[in-house]
Write a protein that binds this ligand. Structure first.
Ligand SMILES: Cc1cc2nc3c(=O)[nH]c(=O)nc-3n(C[C@H](O)[C@H](O)[C@H](O)COP(=O)(O)OP(=O)(O)OC[C@H]3O[C@@H](n4cnc5c(N)ncnc54)[C@H](O)[C@@H]3O)c2cc1C
Length: 368
């Protein structure tokens, strides 16, 4: 029978970040992921500098031998409407490839890991856990994304939660396609659906083109995606024969009142498993990393006591930090009516939409 002190389910940014901290603190950690790494992950791959800061990674070092697209501006507007171009005099975001980024973080964690092994069975045993009927662990960390088995075990009501539905296609351009592609890497496009229930993006990262759409509802998703594609083709931004295969999934937005229970007896959830993505932007990587760091600090401080009463400090910390997140308190219908006006106004685009909702420039504690 194999055993470990802490078993982490999932090796995405949440799992690997938590693993790195626990391994550095001397804990015996085992990480299981059903995928073999490097693995693809449907994602725009857009991160703010806050992600590198939180991970203590020098972007220049990360960029050696990996795709790292510096972003210093945005083209925004309503789908089928005019665009506003907003420029910054410094780098405000980066484009990365999740295949590379997640693999880099996992390797850097130095955690003992078993890749290609999914977690499909969780039993309570002797005050700890028996995982897949053969691995004993004292503490279980759910970092397996929206459908994480640990989240199910803690009572996640899948299908009844506020989610964002997103699909993306990421294509490597041939040298000939790259030379014809008019999309500037440093100025990605963000175009909002007319009902403001979501937005589409077009992001070029070196010779990779990433196009996708995310919405707060599933209704007519395919139509919204088609409209966005047709809009990009009409603008000349996307070739009419773009062959990218769209894929994606739903994941949870942070909801202070109806969110997932992220702590249980001998178990806690981080990242998408806890449903922490930012409400306005759908950004999930920074919340994944920040929650992982909080969880790791709680676990190290617990000194082997993984009772609910001890781990609850993590949930309290999450809730406290999340209170600082600024939110639009305008009624949705008002926002919709004003949407076209705001998105056509350079000041509002820069300050209310980009700085406030996407770049965290007014948050002392970022997404939490
Ligand atoms: C289309 C799309 C675009 C997005 N774009 C962005 C963006 O540009 N920027 C941003 O910040 N966020 C973006 N997000 C959200 C972001 O991808 C997630 O919030 C982020 O990946 C969360 O990280 P995580 O580590 O919690 O989970 P994940 O990255 O999903 O990692 C979970 C891991 O768990 C593994 N796993 C799952 N089930 C099991 C199991 N039973 N056993 C073992 N392993 C398991 C999976 O294989 C996976 O490796 C996007 C999401 C979508 C769908």
């Amino acid at each position: 029978m194999e055993s470990c002190e802490v078993l982490i389910v999932g090796g995405g940014p949440a799992g690997s970040t938590c693993a790195a901290k626990l391994v550095a603190a001397g804990l015996d950690v085992l990480l299981l992921d059903k995928a073999n790494f490097p693995r693809t992950k449907p994602c725009a791959g857009w991160i703010t500098p806050a992600v590198f800061d939180a991970l203590a990674i020098d972007p220049a070092e990360y960029g050696q031998g990996r795709v790292l697209q510096a972003i210093s501006g945005f083209r925004t507007g309503l789908i089928s409407g005019p665009e506003v171009v907003t420029c910054y005099d410094q780098v405000v975001s980066y484009g990365i490839l999740r295949r590379e980024f997640d693999d880099y973080l996992l390797k850097r964690s130095h955690v003992r890991r078993r890749l290609g092994e999914g977690v499909n069975r969780l039993d309570r045993q002797d005050g700890g856990w028996l995982v897949n009927g053969r691995i004993k662990a004292r503490l279980l960390i759910g970092a397996g994304g929206h459908f994480c088995p640990v989240a199910r075990r803690l009572g996640a009501r899948l299908g009844q939660e506020a989610v964002v539905v997103a699909q993306v296609a990421e294509e490597i351009l041939t040298p000939e396609e790259a030379s014809r592609c008019p999309v500037p890497g440093d100025t990605p496009a963000l175009f909002f659906c007319p009902d403001l229930q979501g937005y589409g993006w077009l992001l070029r990262k070196g010779n990779v083109l990433n196009v996708g759409l995310g919405r707060h509802d599933r209704q007519d998703f395919r139509r919204h995606l088609q409209d966005f594609r047709a809009f990009l083709v009409a603008r000349g931004d996307l070739p009419a024969d773009f062959a990218g295969h769209f894929q994606g999934h739903a994941y949870g937005l942070y909801d202070r009142h109806f969110g997932r229970r992220c702590v249980g007896e001998g178990a806690l959830l981080i990242g998408d498993a806890a449903g922490l993505a930012a409400v306005h932007s759908g950004e999930g990587i920074l919340p994944a990393v920040e929650s992982a760091l909080l969880a790791a600090a709680t676990i190290v401080a617990a000194q082997g006591d993984y009772a609910y009463a001890t781990l609850e400090a993590y949930a309290t910390c999450l809730a406290r930090r999340r209170k600082n997140v600024p939110s639009f308190s305008l009624p949705a219908v008002f926002v919709q009516r004003l949407g076209a006006f705001l998105l056509a106004t350079p000041w509002a685009t820069r300050h209310l939409i980009l700085n406030r909702c996407f770049l965290h420039s007014q948050q002392s504690t970022r997404t939490f």
